[in-house]
Write a protein that binds this ligand. Structure first.
Ligand code: MIG
Length: 665
C-alpha cells in the first residue's frame, strides 16, 4: 500500500510518472516541518543509494545534494547521487514489535537532510530545506515487497547492451589513439581479455564536448572501427560544461537559442570547469535538453555505442564572478599580519572556491515553463543530462541499446542510465564501502552500476587490484579506472599476477549467463540483484552482516576485504555449497553447515555459495564478452538436505542489443 502526501508547493521532479491519489487525513510522523520516526534498538534503516557508510544507515546524518567530492571518507554526508529512499525495518528478534517494514520516499529536487540516529540515537529526523515536497509512505509485509512497490512507482530501470557486462579499462591520462591501441595490445599480449576501453577528457579538442582532438586522435573513427573489429568498444566521456569559444558550434547554438543557464540578470552564466570559462546547458529545459542530447549523434556517427556523463552535479571549479571577487578580496590581505582568524579567512578564499553554495544560488533554469534558482532544483541536473542523451538515442537509433552511465543522479534517472560511484580511492575501506552500496543502489532502481575497480585516486597495490577484481566481477559495470598521476593500474602492469587476473575475468564471463539473467529479471520484476542477507534470513546475525551479499535467489558472495588475508570468516545463514573459480577451472567445493566457517580464498580466486534447493548456470571458459554463449552452460546444483525435487532455474536471455519486449519498451 502506498500513501502519498503533499507539503507546500513541491517542484515536480519526474521521479514518478504515474502518481497515486493523495492520501486523506493527517500525515503520520510529520511534526514542526520535520518527519520524525522513532526507532527501537535493533531496527535497521536501509537505503539512500549511493552513500558513505554501511548498508544499515543508522548512526549518521546524510545530506541529499549531488556533490563532486573525491574524499569519500566517513565524515562526508553527500556523494554524487541524491537518492531519497529509505526502508525502516523493525528488528526480527523474538519479542520485538511485529510492525511491518515501511518505505519512505521524499520527492523533491533540492536539499534533504536524513538524520538517522545522529542527533538522537533512536530517531529518524528528515528535513527538506525548501519545506516543499511529496512524501510517499510504502507499507508492505517485507522489505523486498517494499522495494518492488517503490520500483514500480518510479518505473523500469535502464537496460544496457549485453556487451556492457564485459570488462573495461579506463584511465584519465590516455593521451592519444596510440595510447588506446597500446593498452589493447598489451592486454592481448598478456593473454588478458578486454572488451571496452574508455576515452577520458583527452580525446576532446580542448575539452570541448562532441569534438575530437585531431592532433592526438587524428584517426579517431578508424581507431573505433579497428578496435571494434578486435571486439573492443571505445566509450568516450561527455562533460556537462560547454566551452565558451566563438566558432565552436555547441557554444554558438547554445547562445543563439538561449539554451544555457542564466545568471540573475538574464546573461549566460559563466563557470570555470575543464576548458576554462564555460556555460552550463540548461538540461532542465526541454528544448535545451533535446538539443544537447542530439549532439551525441556526432559520436554515434563515428561508431561509438556507449558514453559516460561526467561533472554533472554540476561540478564547478569557480564562477567567473566569484573568482574576480576572490582576487579583489585577496588584495586586502597583502602585507597584512595574518592572525588566526584572518589567516583562515584568507585560506578559505581559495579553499572554498569550488562547488561553492553561493554559485549554486547564482544561476537559473527554465523548467516546465518557470524560472527556478539552481539550488532549488540542483539534484535534477545530472538526471536530465542523462535523460536527454537517452531520449536522443531513442530517436537516433530506435530500439537499439546504448551504454550510458552518469556520475550525478537522482531517483528517476535510473530509467535512462546507470551510474558509476565516482572518485573513490585505492583504499581497502573503499572496496568494502562500494560493495555495500550495491543493494542500496538496487533499492533505488540503479541496477547497471559499479565502482572504479582498483580505486580512482591514490596508488593501487597488486593485491588490492586482485581483490577488487574479485568483487567487481559480480557488478554489472566492471571497469578498472584510475586518476591522472596515480600508479598505473592496468592488469598487465602486474605480470606476476596475470594468471590470477585471467582466472578472475574468465570467471566473470562464466558467470555472465547468470549475472545477465539476474540483471534482466531484476528489471522485469522490479527486484534487487544484490540484497542484504537480512532480506532473506531472519536471524539477528544475518541482519548485521554487511560484507556478504546475496545475488538473485541462488547465491551468496563473501569476498575478501582485508589486505594480507588469504581467506576469511564467513557466516552461513543456512547450509550452502561452494563453487570455486580457480586456475581457470570450476571446482565443486565443500558444503558449509549453518554457522561461521573460515574459508580459504587465495588471491586470484573467487567463489560463490549456492543456497539449498538452488542451482546456477555457469558458462564456458571464453576470452571475450562477445564469446559468451548462454546456451552453453553447466548447471551447478545444490539439492540441500532432504530435498528430492530437482532444482530449477529460470534463465533469461535475449539478443543483448534490441530493447526486449515485456521488460521495457
Ligand atoms: O575532476 O575526466 O569522476 O572519472 O577521470 C575530474 C577526468 C574529472 C572526474 C571523474 C573521473 C574522470 C575525471 N573527472
Amino acid at each position: 500500500m502506498i500513501k502519498r502526501y503533499i507539503f507546500g508547493n513541491p517542484i515536480e521532479t519526474d521521479a514518478i510518472l504515474c502518481k497515486p491519489a493523495i492520501a486523506e487525513g493527517n500525515t503520520p510522523f510529520f511534526k514542526d516541518g520535520h518527519i520524525r520516526i522513532s526507532l527501537s534498538d535493533k531496527d535497521i534503516v536501509y537505503g539512500l543509494g549511493e552513500n558513505v557508510r554501511g548498508i544499515n544507515k543508522r548512526g549518521f546524518r546524510y545530506v541529499s545534494f549531488c556533490s563532486d567530492d573525491p574524499q569519500h571518507n566517513e565524515e562526508k554526508s553527500s556523494l554524487y547521487g541524491a537518492h531519497n529512499f529509505i526502508i525502516v525495518s523493525p528488528a526480527k528478534t523474538e519479542g520485538a514489535s511485529t510492525n511491518d517494514p515501511m518505505g519512505i520516499f521524499v520527492d523533491t529536487p533540492g536539499k534533504v537532510t536524513f538524520d538517522i540516529g545522529f542527533s538522537d540515537l533512536n530517531q529518524i529526523d528528515i528535513q527538506v530545506e525548501s519545506g516543499s515536497f511529496e512524501l510517499y509512505l510504502i507499507y508492505e509485509a517485507s522489505e523486498k515487497e517494499i522495494v518492488r512497490s517503490f520500483r514500480k512507482l518510479i518505473g523500469p530501470s535502464y537496460i544496457p547492451p549485453k556487451w556492457a557486462f564485459g570488462y573495461g579499462q579506463s584511465r584519465w591520462g590516455y593521451a592519444s589513439s596510440e595510447d588506446l591501441r597500446n593498452v589493447v595490445r598489451k592486454y592481448r599480449k598478456a593473454g588478458l581479455p578486454l572488451d571496452m576501453i574508455y576515452a577520458d577528457i583527452d580525446y576532446m579538442d580542448h575539452y570541448k564536448d562532441f569534438t575530437i582532438n585531431r592532433e592526438s586522435y587524428p584517426d579517431f573513427e578508424e581507431l573505433v572501427s579497428e578496435l571494434k573489429n578486435d571486439h573492443v568498444r571505445v566509450i568516450p566521456i561527455i562533460d556537462a560544461g560547454v566551452k565558451i569559444e566563438s566558432g565552436y558550434e555547441v557554444y554558438e547554438e547554445g547562445v543563439a537559442n538561449n539554451y544555457f543557464c542564466k545568471d540573475e540578470n538574464g546573461e549566460d552564466f559563466v563557470v570555470g570547469v575543464w576548458p576554462g570559462n564555460c556555460h552550463f546547458p540548461d538540461m532542465l529545459n526541454d528544448k535545451a535538453r533535446e538539443w544537447f542530447g542530439l549532439k551525441y549523434k556526432t559520436l554515434l556517427d563515428m561508431g561509438i555505442e556507449g558514453f559516460w556523463n561526467d561533472m554533472n552535479e554540476p561540478a564547478i571549479f569557480y564562477s567567473k564572478k566569484h573568482l574576480s571577487e576572490v582576487f579583489e578580496d585577496l588584495e586586502n590581505y597583502k602585507g597584512a599580519n595574518l592572525d588566526i582568524q584572518s589567516f583562515f579567512e584568507f585560506k578559505g578564499l581559495i579553499f572554498d572556491i569550488d562547488n561553492n553554495m553561493n554559485d549554486y544560488r547564482s544561476f537559473y533554469h527554465e523548467y516546465k515553463g518557470q524560472r527556478y534558482r539552481h539550488d532549488l532544483v540542483h539534484n535534477l541536473y545530472g538526471f536530465n543530462m542523462t535523460r536527454g542523451a537517452s531520449e536522443a538515442f531513442e530517436k537516433l537509433v530506435p530500439g537499439k541499446r546504448i551504454l550510458l552511465f552518469s556520475r550525478a543522479s537522482c531517483i528517476g534517472m535510473h530509467r535512462y542510465g546507470g551510474i558509476w560511484t565516482g572518485d573513490n580511492a585505492s583504499f581497502w575501506s573503499h572496496l568494502l564501502m562500494n560493495f555495500k552500496m550495491m543493494p542500496s543502489l538496487n533499492m533505488c532502481g540503479f541496477l547497471y552500476c559499479g565502482a572504479d575497480m582498483g580505486g580512482f585516486g591514490s596508488n593501487v597495490t597488486e593485491d588490492l587490484l586482485l581483490r577488487w577484481t574479485a568483487v567487481s566481477l559480480y557488478t554489472p559495470l566492471m571497469r578498472n579506472h584510475s586518476a591522472l598521476g596515480t600508479r598505473d593500474q592496468e592488469m598487465y602492469r602486474f605480470p606476476d599476477s596475470a594468471a590470477g587476473f585471467r582466472n578472475l575475468i574468465t570467471a566473470r564471463y562464466r558467470l555472465v549467463p547468470y549475472l545477465y539473467s539476474e540483471f534482466m529479471k531484476a528489471v522485469r520484476d522490479s527486484s534487487m540483484m544484490f540484497s542484504p542477507l537480512a532480506f532473506v534470513y531472519e536471524d539477528q546475525i544475518a541482519a548485521e552482516i554487511e560484507d556478504q551479499l546475496l545475488i538473485g535467489d541462488e547465491i551468496m558472495i563473501a569476498p575478501v576485504f582485508e589486505q594480507n588475508a588469504s581467506g576469511r570468516v564467513i557466516y552461513f545463514p543456512e547450509e550452502m555449497k561452494e563453487i570455486r573459480f580457480e586456475d581457470m577451472k570450476v571446482i565443486e567445493g565443500q558444503l558449509y553447515e549453518k554457522g561461521y566457517h573460515y574459508v580459504d580464498i587465495p588471491l586470484g580466486v573467487t567463489n560463490i555459495f549456492i543456497r539449498p534447493g538452488k542451482c546456477v548456470p555457469v558458462g564456458e571458459c571464453v576470452f571475450g564478452i562477445d564469446e559468451v554463449d548462454s546456451a552453453k552452460i553447466t548447471m551447478y546444483k545444490f539439492p540441500g538436505n532432504g530435498e528430492s525435487k530437482p532444482a530449477e532455474y529460470e534463465l533469461y536471455d535475449d539478443d543483448g542489443i534490441s530493447l526486449p519486449a515485456g521488460v521495457r519498451s
